[in-house]
Structures are given as structure tokens and as C-alpha cells.
Design a protein around this ligand. Structure first.
Ligand code: HEC
Ligand code: HEC
Length: 365
């Protein structure tokens, strides 16, 4: 065969490969469009939330919340059909990140399990009430990690990295560390839909872009807010057993029944990573703030600041996944500890003669 013919064959092969890749890209694109156009089966909490905020397609949008509270109740520009679907998908993602509620025959829709290592993490564990927590009288709550309040801050100075971070990048940080997962592309539909939902929340609540609202972030508890007895994880372990273990488990591994998370894991492979801002050794003010404000459910505010700091300290001593800053050795160590510690602790429990609570059971799907 002449070298000329070989040259032609090479060109044809390369062209064929490129054409196949192009066809594949077109196919993926069409598939994505089809998913974007598909009607969204909402989770129960999202249905309630979006209905309460009067989300529907139309030329004008009036927020029932603003009409009720009488603040700034003017009509805003309405949402198109595709906006409504994006907002619905975004809400579903926060409520049900891994798509559990869509499994078993429900119409296929977007979920983000491919961006998360565990099987039960979801954003709503920390961004409670689908990122929009209210008190008994329907008032917004300061320090409740509200996603609408987060969106209106647009670019926010992040004191931990020293960077100006847009909402999308702050979402990504939570994907990586708080959800122990991977970074979605900034333009991924997952990020765009969560942004659409967060923006909708801000409009429904009448929040103005560029402002900081007290609902943003978590109200923190620094050491100076306590009586300075010093943080103590042994004291924390005691309080944890008394006040938290019944739900989150003696080893804080959470409680998952039939693939549904009843109580999220606060340690172990299903939990946030060492680098998460929820982890006491990464940021020692946020987790105590979350605990004091939100836990235990039904008895919120019953712990004092020092107790919350002690518990958070204790939880940070339990094994959990390494973050993206620790390197392979630390990751290996953490993986090892997550395997070794639970049986060892259980064994120590039997020696101590303590009865095991059934809520400790952790079953994954
Ligand atoms: C383990 C708890 C936890 C989980 C799970 C979690 N987050 Fe967060 N999130 C936090 C904490 C803590 C902060 C920082 C709050 C602060 O700085 O006061 C935060 C901040 C954010 C912010 C920025 C808020 C702001 O006002 O700066 C966004 C956006 C966000 N999370 C989105 C998400 C998304 C999307 C998910 C699900 C993929 C998620 N989070 C899962 C705990 C969590
Ligand atoms: C009655 C059961 C119950 C008790 C008791 C309880 N929790 Fe929770 N906890 C939950 C539920 C449910 C969630 C998920 C968020 C939600 O639904 O509000 C949660 C979420 C959390 C989170 C955020 C989720 C995450 O992934 O980090 C932390 C931290 C937490 N609890 C700590 C505590 C601590 C500390 C105590 C003890 C002071 C406690 N909880 C007691 C039920 C409970």
C-alpha cells in the first residue's frame, strides 16, 4: 500500500471519529433539552413551598408572602414556563439532592447524585425548610442559612478564602465539602437550577439584590460568647448522648430507613468532610451556631452556647471523610478510621454495659 493511501485512510479514520463524537454531543444535547422541557414531579415539601409562594407561569408575579406581610407587595415581572421548571428542579435538588423521591417509576428528572459520594446527603439537612426556614408565625429567622438571602448578596466577600465569591461558587463549595462531593461545572444545569430557585425565593421574600439580610448564613457562636470555660469534647460527648444520640445515633452515623434519611449523619462516610465549614476544626463558630439555633428539633434554644461548642468539638473528633485540602495520606487515614472506629466503639459500649439504642442502626440503600 502506498504511503499516500495510508495517509488517506488516516484522514478518513480521524474524520469518522470526530463525526461520531459530534453525533454523540448532539444526542446528549437533545437529551438535555428533553429533560429541561419535561414536567417536574415536585417533592412534597417543594410542592407546598412553591404553592405557598404562588409560583406559576405568567406575565406578572405577585408574592403571597409580601401581600400577607404588606411589605412591598407590587407585582414583579412574571416567570416563563421554562423558568418555572428550572425553579421547580432547583427546589427538588435542595430538598432531595439524590433523587430518592423520583425513584421507583416517577418521571425522570434532574438530581445530583453523580456529584455526591455518599448516598444520603442532601442540602436541606443544613439549609432547612428547603433553604427558607420560618418560625411558627411565618416570620423569617435570622441566621437560618436562607438561600434567597444568599442569592441577593451576589458577589460576597468570603472571609475564609479572601475571595469574592458569586452564589454559584458558594454552591460549589457546599457540593465539595458540606456534601462531600464533586464540583459541578459553573454552567451545569444543577447549579443553574439551584440559582433559579434561590433567586425565586429572594423575589418571593422581597429581598433586594446587593443587600445583606440577617437570614443569610448561620448565626455563629464564637468562644467569646461563652463564659470562657474552654471547649471540652468530653463534656460534649456527654451532652451529645443525652440530647442528640436518640436521633443521630450513638456514633452520629445517622439513621436511614429504606433509603430515606430520617436523621442525617454527623460523622462517618455519609457526613460532611473535614473541610466543611460545619466541621468545628475547620471553622469553630458555625456548627455551634447551627446546633444552638436548630437542635434538638422541638427544643431549639435549650442548650447554652458552651454546650453547643462542646458538642461541635466532640463531633469533630469523630472520623469523617477528608476534604480537598488534606491530601491522600490524611484521606487514607480517615477512611481507615471510618472502618475501624464504629466496631471498636460498639465493643467498648458492650464492655461498659451500656444498652445500645436501636437508632444507632445505619443502613444505606
Ligand atoms: C453539612 C451542612 C451543609 C450541607 C449538607 C449543605 N450546606 Fe450549604 N452551607 C452550609 C454552611 C455551614 C454554609 C456557610 C454559612 C456561613 O458562612 O455562615 C453554607 C453556605 C452555602 C451557600 C452560601 C450561603 C451564603 O449566604 O453565603 C450556598 C449557596 C449553599 N450553602 C448551597 C448549598 C447547596 C446547593 C447544598 C447541597 C448541594 C448545600 N449547600 C449543602 C452547610 C451546608
Ligand atoms: C428529634 C430528632 C433529633 C434530635 C434529638 C437532634 N437532631 Fe439534629 N437533626 C435532626 C433532623 C431531622 C435534621 C435534618 C434537618 C431538619 O430536618 O431540620 C438534623 C440536622 C442536624 C444537623 C445538620 C445536618 C448535618 O448534616 O450536619 C446537625 C449538625 C445536627 N442535627 C446536630 C444535632 C445535635 C448536636 C443535637 C443534640 C443537641 C441534635 N442534632 C439533636 C433531628 C434531630
Amino acid at each position: 500500500m502506498s504511503s499516500r493511501a495510508a495517509g488517506w485512510i488516516r484522514i478518513v479514520v480521524v474524520a469518522a471519529v470526530l463525526a461520531a463524537l459530534y453525533a454523540l454531543a448532539l444526542h446528549k444535547h437533545a437529551e438535555r433539552e428533553r429533560l429541561r422541557d419535561a414536567p417536574v414531579a415536585l417533592t412534597a415539601d417543594c410542592r407546598a413551598k412553591l404553592e405557598a409562594y404562588g409560583l406559576r407561569a405568567g406575565g406578572h408575579y405577585r408574592s403571597p408572602y409580601l401581600q400577607r406581610t404588606g411589605v412591598n407587595p407590587d407585582a414583579r415581572q412574571g416567570y416563563r414556563e421554562q423558568d418555572v421548571r428550572a425553579i421547580q428542579r432547583g427546589c427538588n435538588l435542595i430538598d432531595d439532592l439524590q433523587g430518592y423521591q423520583a425513584k421507583g417509576g416517577a418521571p425522570e428528572r434532574w438530581h445530583a447524585s453523580r456529584f455526591v459520594r455518599g448516598t444520603s446527603t442532601t442540602c436541606v439537612h443544613c439549609h432547612q425548610s428547603v433553604g427558607d426556614k420560618h418560625d411558627g408565625e411565618g416570620r423569617r429567622i435570622p441566621g437560618s442559612n436562607n438561600l434567597g438571602a444568599s442569592w441577593v448578596m451576589a458577589d460576597m466577600y468570603d472571609r475564609f478564602t479572601g475571595l469574592l465569591l458569586p452564589h454559584e461558587l458558594r454552591q460549589m463549595q457546599c457540593f465539595i465539602n458540606s456534601s462531600n462531593g464533586f464540583k459541578p461545572n459553573a454552567a451545569d444545569d444543577v447549579i443553574r437550577d439551584i440559582t433559579a430557585y434561590s433567586r425565586f425565593l429572594s423575589g418571593a421574600l422581597g429581598m433586594k439584590i446587593g443587600n445583606r439580610y440577617p437570614e443569610q448564613g448561620i448565626e455563629e457562636i464564637p468562644a467569646s460568647a461563652t463564659r470562657r470555660r474552654g471547649d471540652d469534647y468530653v463534656r460534649g460527648a456527654h451532652t451529645y448522648r443525652e440530647r442528640c444520640a436518640a436521633c443521630h445515633g450513638l456514633q452520629a452515623l445517622g439513621n436511614v430507613v429504606d433509603g430515606r434519611t430520617r436523621y442525617p449523619a454527623l460523622a462517618g462516610p455519609e457526613s460532611f468532610s473535614l473541610d466543611s465549614r460545619m466541621n468545628f476544626t475547620a471553622v469553630n463558630t458555625i456548627m455551634p451556631g447551627f446546633i444552638c439555633r436548630n437542635m434538638p428539633p422541638g427544643a431549639e434554644g435549650s442548650l447554652d452556647p458552651q454546650q453547643c461548642r462542646d458538642i461541635a468539638y466532640y463531633l469533630s473528633t469523630l472520623p469523617r471523610p477528608a476534604g480537598d485540602r488534606q491530601g491522600p495520606l490524611a484521606a487514607l487515614w480517615q477512611q481507615g478510621m471510618m472502618i475501624v472506629m464504629p466496631p471498636l466503639t460498639r465493643y467498648a459500649e458492650t464492655l461498659g454495659g451500656r444498652p445500645q439504642t436501636h437508632t444507632q442502626a445505619h443502613s444505606s440503600r
